[in-house]
Design a binder for this molecule. Structure first.
Ligand SMILES: *[C@@H]1O[C@H](CO)[C@@H](O)[C@H](O)[C@H]1NC(C)=O
Ligand SMILES: *[C@@H]1O[C@H](CO)[C@@H](O)[C@H](O)[C@H]1NC(C)=O
Ligand SMILES: *[C@@H]1O[C@H](CO)[C@@H](O)[C@H](O)[C@H]1NC(C)=O
Ligand SMILES: *[C@@H]1O[C@H](CO)[C@@H](O)[C@H](O)[C@H]1NC(C)=O
Ligand SMILES: *[C@@H]1O[C@H](CO)[C@@H](O)[C@H](O)[C@H]1NC(C)=O
Length: 608
């Protein structure tokens, strides 16, 4: 390699690394309709914030408040809450962009008991995604605590809301997330872009926490055929000129075709990027092989078990340890080996090659540029990577009324049935109700009680035949009752220890059934008569962007030696968003030339 080439190539490749990594960022949207005043009636797009809990599948009607003082919301409203109202609607806070992080504004709004926060852009531009700030400023950990949804609206819509409020009018709007998640059919397809590296600090821990907490839900959904989940792993590749370099040899397999950055950012010690790629490949193969025998959910067990049993931290991250886990889960080890192929061969690996091709966005999804990335029904999930909010988003992906029962409980209920039975039909004698709390709000649907489908409109009438007509011939009592078939009596499942035998559970008998409640933070799964842990909350920030930056900086460090791994197929594309570049320049030393590249008008995300 000539001297000139030697100098230029690393720079050029680093540049390409950055430009390629931006890829095509998609701003995910929800809609806002103005209900009153009448002259403002209209529908607008807003950009879903990448923190808090967007109400995927749901909507919220509320009246808008705009603080006269401190309209940027950068200081807490605690001392003198300026928002008194007699409105019965939930209150939605409108704030101006600027002066502080988006997440701080939303947190201040939540503290002042607002149900949602809208941020009006202060420049005339296409919608951007509000992202959480990099971790070290979040001393109080408020980003993790945000539970309310938030959205960014464009400058002109913000102005029109403010004008109406200044005239003293009540402004009522509907925030609507029902179209934010496509829900075409009875099965939700989702994918998680992840990594087997467990030594990247907080980001890796968060990703793993999510996988552990979500595992129970994911497996129920998968076993029931409600979802099709596919795990994915990002890989880099080594530029041709460097394939024989020491660095590429230690970070890549299959002659530079598939690489990952060194976990410790140190070529001299610990694990190498190569180890990570091989393990990623194994996890992909575990999923493929398990899927062949219709046990695709075993991937969740493998990944969590592997993390517990074979961590890098304890120096157990190895082939031998992984194979122990494979065996303990009763997976065919030979098939997995065959799927993985020979990492030393100068050949393509079909599994990893497919992964690289999938990194490139298709249709509405956008490219995968952030780790971890969750894609549901081909739309990138925005919001906190946390069990409840992810489950809510997945549940919003089912065609109406086809959502599995896990969507109807699990901390998602709106509890509207507690008040006046939600206005639905109720048989006061047997306490059988047509009211169901779902994350979409309450629905009035005649219930199925012990296998008997009640029929009616769900509001005023439901009729069931607890003793089926077939009782004319051989009579027997329906489930939950015993007797000779002519006279049936309710079984007390609690007393007779037939159900709800879990530790710390409380059992309550009902007519023809029972209610089982698990101890705090646990969720009862009737089919299995067992409790599973709900994710309480995470102590750490799950900013995907921050994760991505960590990753990128890591890649950058490696890049200094290897001149950068770049995304497959991206070599000659130069999507470059100058605004993101400005943020990036805080993290990476970049020369001005990069900032001047004209952006293609793609979406972007910002922290403030
Ligand atoms: C807003 O701030 C100004 C000046 O600081 C003050 O005079 C005024 O009373 C404040 N208004 C409200 C509603 O707090
Ligand atoms: C709320 O209603 C009460 C009585 O209905 C009234 O006295 C009070 O002034 C109202 N407050 C506001 C802020 O309109
Ligand atoms: C899993 O298996 C099913 C058939 O059982 C197949 O349709 C699907 O494509 C497979 N998924 C993957 C990721 O291989
Ligand atoms: C897995 O399921 C598919 C479709 O339901 C079926 O065709 C196939 O035979 C099953 N494979 C095994 C090994 O059970
Ligand atoms: C009826 O069921 C509801 C919900 O399960 C419960 O809160 C209520 O106490 C029950 N009422 C009676 C009279 O059993």
């Amino acid at each position: 390699m000539g001297i000139l080439e030697g100098l230029v190539a690393p720079l050029l490749l680093l540049n390409l690394l950055i430009s390629s990594v931006y890829g095509r960022f998609v701003v995910e949207k929800s809609s806002i309709s103005v209900i009153s005043p009448e002259d403002l009636r209209s529908k607008h797009d807003s950009a879903i914030g990448n923190f808090g809990i967007p109400d995927y599948g749901g909507s919220m009607i509320g009246s808008v408040f705009y603080p006269e003082n401190g309209s940027t919301g950068c200081h807490s409203f605690d001392d003198n809450n300026p928002f008194k109202s007699n409105s019965s609607h939930p209150r939605i806070l409108l704030l101006d962009r600027g002066e502080c992080y988006f997440a701080l504004k939303v947190w201040n709004g939540e503290q002042a008991k607002f149900a949602a926060v809208l941020v009006a852009d202060n420049i005339d531009e296409p919608l951007i995604t509000m992202d959480s700030p990099k971790e070290n400023i979040d001393l109080e950990g408020y980003i993790e605590k945000i539970r309310i949804p938030s959205a960014l609206v464009d400058q002109s819509f913000g102005e029109s809301l403010k004008k109406a409020l200044q005239k003293g009018e009540e402004v009522v709007i509907k925030l609507d997330w029902t179209e934010s998640m496509p829900h075409p059919d009875e099965r939700v397809e989702y994918e998680l872009w992840t990594n087997s590296n467990d030594e990247c600090g907080i980001r890796c821990d968060e990703q793993m926490n999510f996988i552990k907490n979500f595992k129970g839900n994911a497996q129920i959904l998968e076993k029931g055929g409600y979802t099709q989940f596919i795990p994915h792993y990002i890989t880099w590749y080594c530029p041709e000129a460097f394939i024989l370099s020491k660095q590429c040899k230690s970070q890549c397999i299959n002659y530079g075709r598939y690489c990952a950055p060194d976990p410790e950012q140190d070529f001299g010690e610990g694990y190498e990027g190569k180890d990570v790629v091989v393990e990623n490949l194994r996890q992909l193969c575990v999923h493929r092989v398990a899927n062949e025998s219709n046990r695709s959910w075993v991937w969740w067990d493998f990944v969590t078990d592997f993390h517990i049993r074979c961590s890098m931290n304890e120096k157990k991250y190895s082939k031998e340890c992984a194979e122990e886990v494979v065996k303990s889960l009763d997976l065919p080890i030979e098939k997995i080996k065959k799927c993985m192929g020979d990492p030393e061969a100068d050949l393509e690996n079909q599994v990893l090659k497919t992964e690289q091709e999938l990194q490139v966005g298709r249709g509405s999804r956008g490219d995968v540029t952030i780790l971890p990335t969750l894609v549901i029904n081909n739309v990138q999930y925005r919001g906190k990577l946390e069990r409840v909010s992810v489950l809510k988003a997945i549940c919003a992906g089912f065609k109406e009324t086809t959502d599995p029962s896990i969507c109807l409980n699990g901390g998602l209920e709106t509890n509207e049935c507690l008040e006046r039975n939600g206005g639905c039909w109720l048989d006061s004698r047997s306490n059988i109700s047509a009211c169901k709390d779902t994350f979409r709000g309450r629905v009035c649907e005649c219930p199925v009680v012990n296998g008997v489908q009640y029929r009616g409109d769900g509001y005023t009438s439901c009729e069931g035949t607890p003793f089926p007509e077939s009782a004319l011939t051989g009579c027997h009592c329906p489930r939950g009752f015993h007797g000779d078939g002519h006279k049936c009596e309710d079984i007390n499942e609690c007393k007779e220890h037939l159900a709800c035998q879990c530790d710390g559970c409380t059992c309550r008998n009902t007519w023809g059934g029972y209610d089982c409640k698990c101890k705090r933070d646990h969720l009862y799964i009737m089919e299995q008569d067992t409790c599973i842990g709900k994710a309480a909350h995470f102590s750490e920030n799950t900013s995907k962007f921050g994760w991505f930056l960590t990753f990128l900086v890591l890649a950058g460090v490696v890049g200094a030696g290897i001149a950068g791994y770049i995304f497959y197929k991206y070599r000659f594309r130069s999507y470059m968003d100058s605004e993101i570049m400005a943020i990036m320049s805080q993290y990476m030393p970049l020369d001005n030339e990069h900032n001047e590249v004209q952006p293609l008008r793609q979406g972007s995300s910002k922290q403030e």
